[in-house]
Design a binder for this molecule. Structure first.
Ligand code: FES
Ligand SMILES: [Fe+2]
Length: 372
């Protein structure tokens, strides 16, 4: 995956994952267990719940999770399910809990921001009732770089691979959202991950991106064949915008090499994809909504001191907005083609080495999963 691992072309063709894995509901359930319910999932940006009592709901597979900021400033996450008889607690996407109380909309059982049950109005007393028996079910939560992660089950700590090291000087935790786009895409989540993992598709699909990242005209083979005949970026380009021009300075703290590296793609499977430029980040948080659909939250992140506005903001969002839409459209077309009864699996060509790596990660994760 585009995760800082070695770029090395495959020496022979490799088979893709079975086509049925991209559409079969029973298989999708296995993947939810293996990757989405037992691993760390990027959920929101910290700034979305900046103050005590702020909350936000995210959906991971069939699960609805409430993330909230406590009175002590800590991040907490709960299943969005009341301990009385199971109603959801938060019926909207986000808000602030009045008086820092979580009140169920059904019979008004009331919890504090730590998930402790503190009131059950109008309930007739019985000797066997103890509020302490009914706290909200918690979900593990952690954060890095301003991204908040949740994990529904399991004990593993948040593992970020080489990401914190690679982007230490970018200081992602300082960045704030300048623009957000939420898109529902009719494609299996793995297609989006594979799409992010290769640039074989760049020349036909992303002419605008190839104008700035000139290396991508070589369809993912640049840097793999030795002596390069074309430069990596358009001459004079400073960042990834339609013409390569910058209107804000690079992130404070970046060294010369990072300032000249106009683009670093990074994927933290299963659901966080980063397009990192010297002066902004375009992040994708992906959530499966079914075997053949995902919701993607695209954010454009900037240093608050240099937050672009109006036309400047459009200048900074235009290229990835276009490119992300192209990718989503192609993944939808691929999802349609994968319905064919004649198509059993695809094939990875040499420069799709990161798709192959992802496919191996999927197979390994499924082997680890509890049996059906
Ligand atoms: S289901 Fe929540 S109070 Fe009854
Ligand atoms: Fe793409």
């Amino acid at each position: 995956m585009a995760s800082g691992a070695e770029r090395k072309a495959l020496r022979k063709l490799q088979p893709g994952l079975p086509a049925a894995w991209y559409r079969d509901p029973a298989h999708h359930d296995r993947e939810l267990e293996a990757f989405w319910y037992s691993g760390w999932i990027a959920a929101i940006r910290e700034e979305e719940i900046a103050a005590a009592g702020d909350w936000r709901v995210v959906r991971v597979g069939t699960q609805s999770i409430v993330l909230a900021r406590g009175e002590d400033g800590a991040l907490r996450a709960f299943h969005n399910t009341c301990r009385h008889r199971g109603s959801i607690l938060c019926t909207k996407e986000s808000g602030r809990f009045e008086r820092n109380r979580i009140v169920c909309p059904y019979h008004s059982w009331t919890y504090d921001l730590e998930g402790t049950l503190i009131a059950t109005p109008r309930r007739m007393e019985t000797p066997d009732f103890d509020k302490a028996d009914f706290p909200l079910h918690t979900v593990a939560v952690d954060s890095w770089g301003g991204f908040v992660f949740v994990r529904l089950e399991g004990k593993r700590k948040l593992e970020l691979g080489g990401m914190p090291d690679r982007f230490r000087n970018h200081r992602f935790h300082n960045l704030r959202i300048g623009k957000r786009i939420v898109a529902d895409v009719k494609a299996n989540w793995k297609l989006l991950a594979e799409n992010f993992s290769e640039c074989f598709h760049c020349p036909p699909v992303h002419p605008e991106l190839c104008r700035v990242v000139t290396a991508y005209r070589e369809a993912g083979a640049w840097g793999l064949r030795g002596a390069e005949t074309i430069p990596e970026y358009k001459a004079g380009a400073r960042t990834l915008t339609p013409d390569g021009s910058a209107r804000i300075p690079p992130f404070k703290g970046l060294g010369a090499k990072d300032r000249e590296t106009l683009y670093v793609p990074w994927m933290l499977p299963p659901n966080l994809f980063l397009n990192v430029q010297p002066d902004y980040v375009n992040s994708h948080m992906m959530f499966p909504t079914g075997p053949e659909s995902v919701r993607i939250v695209y954010d454009w992140l900037f240093e608050p001191a240099h937050m672009p506005r109006g036309k400047d903001l459009n200048h900074y969002t235009a290229l990835w907005e276009r490119t992300n839409a192209q990718d989503a459209r192609n993944c939808e077309w691929q999802q349609q083609g994968l319905q064919s009864r004649a198509f059993l699996h695809g094939v990875y060509v040499p420069q799709e080495f990161d798709c192959h790596r992802f496919a191996r990660w999927i197979r390994k994760g499924l082997r680890r999963a509890p049996a059906d």
